[in-house]
Design a protein around this ligand. Structure first.
Ligand code: URA
Length: 472
């Protein structure tokens, strides 16, 4: 039996290529993480280098294997190798058999990694510290899987012009506005190189500590007490709590505060896990942006947690605002028709919106403000950003979701990023940070608004076609 150490996915790929090329069956090899339990490492250096050279695997398998490589499961490299072996020897279409135990497990693992990566993107909270007239943004996060390297490029793109660090127990990553640097996980004992960061963190924590929001129970659930001992700020928490009332008074005087987003209303319970029902409860209270002032209520998503298809709209309309349920007004009727024609069952879909409050102005029948009619207004970028944590949290609950359908431009931009035009992305199957199968299609309201019948019919046909794609 060979025992081989694996560093990461690229290393696994190179070694698996060699092993397969040399026809080493999975029963004769054990592949372990660098920091796995095995202490004796082998290297397939005795194998013929050239035999793997012509080796080809499908893009689908590579993408699956890449994701699974970030999973914490100790046995993942062996499982991947066994699957690859089976594909290469006698089952070229193995990945299509989702009931096969190996394939099933790999798909599950891929989903778990995607979810975890998504949670990291959604819930990492940077806090600002200033030092030597420079700003740093530091976040602590505890992912379920070893996803730091998978997710770090996302943060470098999104926060390109900032110096930031994300600290996790597995490893840490810093960005200096040009390169990512990976370092050890953060615990006191093994992080001498992090002294400065620890200082920064402590300074930061004292700076950002918002005494007006102190909730000791929540602090404990967000940052479980068992980790406090490892965290630089732990020894100042007690002092800060003692000073809290005075600081609140000062803050009120100085109008200090942070940009609110819905994240402040998402209060993790045990171990940061939510359910759709608890999220919906929390969302009732959301006052993160001004839209809550004129809306009747928060309109949260609806549908079964096991939904495979998720439909994302823009924001509730007039009737949704009153009913408290998405897509029950005129646009909802068009959507229902399209759903039926696409052969889908609305009861099996999860329907939600990017923004959870109805944005509108009140006009008279001539469109003059201050009347009784409530005229829909498009949410702005700040409102979308502010509300996004709700969708992020919903999405992290929808573990079986396989297809994300963005209805209209607001949803498309929220998921794909700004600048995406419906006319350019509609109807194409896209892989996004949220979902490997994402599709953008017409918003049903755009169909209603189209001035010409022929345009309405054409858009409806396209909406049905795009929805049907999600159903296959
Ligand atoms: N339009 C939307 O985007 N969502 C709704 O829920 C209703 C209309």
């Amino acid at each position: 039996m060979r025992t081989i150490q694996i560093e990461d996915f690229d290393d696994w790929r190179a070694k698996a290529r060699k092993l397969i090329g040399n026809q080493v069956p999975p029963s004769e090899v054990q592949l372990f993480d660098r920091d796995g339990q095995q202490s004796l490492f082998g290297d397939p250096s005795d194998l013929d280098e050239a035999s793997g050279a012509t080796f080809r695997v499908s893009r689908e398998f590579v993408s699956l294997a890449q994701a699974v490589g970030y999973h914490r499961d100790f046995n993942r490299w062996n499982l991947l190798y066994r699957t690859l072996w089976r594909i290469k020897t006698d089952q070229p279409h193995l990945l299509e058999i989702e009931t096969d135990p190996d394939v099933h497990r790999l798909i599950q693992m891929e989903k778990q990694v995607r979810r975890d990566a998504h949670k990291m993107k959604a819930f990492v909270r940077f806090r600002k510290v200033e030092r030597d007239e420079k700003e740093y943004f530091i976040a602590w996060h505890q992912p379920d899987h070893r996803i730091v390297r998978r997710v770090a490029p996302f943060f470098s793109r999104r926060f390109k012009g900032m110096n930031w660090a994300i600290l996790t127990p597995d490893e840490s990553v810093t960005w200096d506005q040009s390169e990512l640097h990976f370092g050890p996980g953060v615990t006191r004992s093994d992080a001498p190189g992090f002294d400065e960061l620890e200082d920064l963190w402590r300074t930061y924590y004292a700076n950002i500590f918002n005494p007006a929001r102190v909730k000791v129970k929540m602090m404990k659930s967000e940052m479980p007490v068992r980790y406090w001992k490892n965290l630089p700020e732990a020894d100042i928490i007690a002092d800060l709590l003692t000073d809290a009332p005075k600081r609140v008074e000062e803050m009120i005087q100085q109008h200090e505060g942070f940009e609110q987003t819905a994240i402040n209303f998402i209060k993790p319970t045990e171990g940061e896990s939510f359910t759709l029902a608890t999220l919906k409860e929390m969302a009732i209270e959301c006052t993160a942006c001004d839209l809550c002032r004129d809306a009747t209520q928060t309109v949260f998503g609806t549908g079964p947690v096991e939904a495979k298809i998720v439909l994302l709209g823009e924001q509730p309309g007039d009737q949704e605002d009153i009913a408290g349920v998405p897509f029950v007004g005129p646009a909802g009727k068009v959507l229902n028709e399209a759903i039926d024609n696409a052969g889908l069952d609305r009861d099996k879909l999860y329907l939600t919106n990017v923004v959870k409050h109805f944005k509108h102005i009140e006009t008279n029948t001539e469109g003059i403000p201050n009347g009784k009619r409530r005229l829909h207004q498009k949410p702005n970028a700040r409102e979308v950003r502010c509300c996004r944590p709700w969708f992020d949290a919903e999405w992290s609950c929808l573990e079986d979701a396989e297809f994300l359908v963005c209805l209209g431009e607001t949803a498309a931009r929220a998921i794909l990023g700004p600048g995406n035009k419906i006319s350019e992305v509609r109807g194409r199957l896209l892989s996004t940070d949220y979902c490997a199968k994402t599709i953008v299609t017409w918003h049903p309201a755009a169909i209603l608004r189209s001035p010409r019948e022929s345009h309405r019919q054409e858009k409806m046909r396209e909406l049905i076609k795009d929805l049907a794609l999600a159903g296959v």
